[in-house]
Write a protein that binds this ligand. Structure first.
Ligand SMILES: [Zn+2]
Length: 281
């Protein structure tokens, strides 16, 4: 083997090692998750990082320091506990917005979301699929039965403080060499979740279980069954009064349905190698 051939072989092996990186999923509490793809792209979903369950908030730290690099911000609907810190994160990182056009337009107009990052081809509608991150991730926007409005801090005393936010949604993320992830947004249970389960092979479902504003724990377990989740992870609970204080009811119902359950702790990261869960830490 010539020296050049040896060098090329070593480079190919190194490339293969890099390509075999894990997908990491970090939970910040409530509905906020960061997903780091095998190639290192960072996607944030419903980035309310300053929620009271986030350990960084409890420690009095700036919670946005945890996400110095963000490539995409995905927002399921316009409520404040989901838009969260999206505007500040976009300003700091230059991340591209993925959500419906009405929400994107109003976030620019009413909340000063950076316009050039909110008016790209990645604005989408329910039923659509887009490719992002150079084709590494396919994003499908799925239906959600909920409401969606955007808080308008500029509203005058006689103007509504909530503007139109388009239709609420969920997301399926199909990651190349990684898992397929379903984030339910704040939806109620709907029987067409079965169609999501038939259309995509969901490795991990991040399901809102808090009740009151969305699925009660028992129906969230039924959602896990309908989307045929291989692993069900609860979110949108124990953040503020009025929603489920823990995931016990969800866990009990999943046990009855024989669906694998894992409760992440706020601040925790789990990793997938390919489509397999490899670490909980
Ligand atoms: Zn919510």
């Amino acid at each position: 083997m010539t020296r050049l051939a040896l060098l090329i072989t070593v480079l190919l092996l190194l490339t293969a090692t890099v390509a075999a990186q894990d997908t990491q999923i970090r939970w910040f509490g409530h509905a906020a998750f960061a997903i780091t793809t095998p190639k290192g792209k960072v996607l944030l979903i419903d980035p309310w990082l300053s929620n009271p369950a986030n350990p960084d908030m409890k420690a009095g730290k700036d919670p946005l320091v945890a996400v110095p690099k963000v490539d995409y911000i995905l927002i399921t609907h316009g409520h404040r506990d989901h838009v969260g810190d999206a505007v500040e994160i976009a300003k700091r990182t230059g991340a591209t917005l993925i959500c419906n056009p009405e929400l994107a337009g109003n976030l620019v107009k009413l909340a000063d979301f950076p316009k050039e990052r909110a008016e790209t081809d990645d604005i989408m509608g329910i039923g659509g699929e887009i490719q992002i991150a150079g084709g590494e991730v396919t994003v499908a926007m799925t239906p959600a039965v909920h409401s969606s409005s955007v808080f308008n801090p500029k509203a005058g005393p006689n103007e509504p403080e909530r503007a139109y936010g388009g239709n609420p949604a969920g997301f399926v993320l199909i990651i190349k060499d990684g898992p397929t992830i379903y984030h339910s947004g704040d939806t109620a249970y709907f029987k067409d979740m079965e169609t999501i389960g038939e259309s995509y092979s969901i490795d991990i479902a991040l399901l809102n279980i808090g009740g009151h504003f969305g699925m009660e724990p028992k129906m969230a377990a039924r959602a896990a069954q309908s989307v045929k989740a291989k692993l069900a992870v609860p979110q949108h609970f124990a953040t503020f009064p009025g929603i489920a204080p823990n995931a016990d009811g969800f866990a009990a119902e999943l046990k009855r349905l024989k669906i694998t359950f894992y409760e992440m702790k706020p601040g925790e990261t789990i990793a997938f190698r390919g489509r397999q869960l490899v670490t909980k830490r």
